[in-house]
Design a protein around this ligand. Sequence first.
Ligand SMILES: *[C@@H]1O[C@H](CO)[C@@H](O)[C@H](O)[C@H]1NC(C)=O
Ligand SMILES: [Ca+2]
Length: 370
Amino acid sequence: MAAPALGSLGGRRAALALLVLLPQLVPRGGAAAAGEEAGAGAGSCGCGAPQRPGAPSSSAAAAHRYSREANAPGPSPGQRPQVPAKMVPIPAGVFTMGTDDPQIRQDGEAPARRVTLDAFHMDAYEVSNADFEKFVNATGYLTEAEKFGDSFVFEGMLSERVKTGVRQAVAAAPWWLPVKGADWRHPEGPDSTVAHRPDHPVLHVSWNDAAAYCAWAGKRLPTEAEWEYSCRGGLRDRLFPGATSCSPEAGTTPTSGRAEFPVADTGEDGFRGTAPVASFPPNAYGLYDMVGNVWEWTSDWWAVHHSAEDARNPKGPPSGKDRVKKGGSYMCHKSYCYRYRCAARSQNTPDSSASNLGFRCAADRLPTAS
Ligand SMILES: *[C@@H]1O[C@H](CO)[C@@H](O)[C@H](O)[C@H]1NC(C)=O
Ligand SMILES: [Ca+2]
């Protein structure tokens, strides 16, 4: 099961006691039980999909509802970023999307299909906390996690005290806990802060939040095809971007040193949790952290059945319940959750947010700082 259903969480918000979180990460322990559960099914790994139980709203309506216009009437164009975050031109081309040798079949990685794309631009980096703060400063935007009052946090990032206080662990993904007060400014709960990590990828942003940010920046979310093509870096049939071997253990991805999730993230790569964007070498297109660090939203609706026919600039199904996310996170590892590959994919409802999920934007042409 790729998408743990959280339908059993109804009323969880009312049931949650006010949590008092310790201000810093504490060394974790006692995760063995979760680890065993995690290893039980490759498809239900912790890279999966904590989701809000609410009915997913229509994306267009939601995107507007949370857009710059809806949240902060009338900011002038002058409040756009003066210097657009670095974007990389991605040449038009043909590539093989998906694979006929799926590692996680139920995720819809197959079949391999020929996809032709027009040229576009892709953010070189995952959107950072500082980037997102500029957006919020300029627009007064409120994320969905802030509106809902909670977000999903990987239990390994929480103190024992907090874990004990949260009883709403998701049956299918017990290592994800809904934490009151967790949002992009407070990734591990109310007493945590991003003040010392402005260059880390922003977390706890829903698809709707991400779409609103990109629109504000004069950009858009990449399609899944664009994301996967960018990930491959112009190289054919490569599992991992930027790696000279097919093994992430080669040390070029932000997931290395993180075996045995969810007892993972030992900090062997120098970081617990996320790393600052661009801490690891880029792929052949000059794109950083396409795999690993945080999962990245794409604009496509989720489906697991794909036509094997050739496609040109595919945009995914016309409608759906979940949105596609790509690239895996700092919590993925081959021994456990083999999803930090270009063809790998997973999904969440558009209003879901979590401590390992962020985004980057794409654009048809470079946005002008107006
Ligand atoms: C956002 O606004 C605050 C308060 O004015 C300011 O201190 C901070 O530097 C701004 N952040 C960015 C990224 O511009
Ligand atoms: Ca990433």
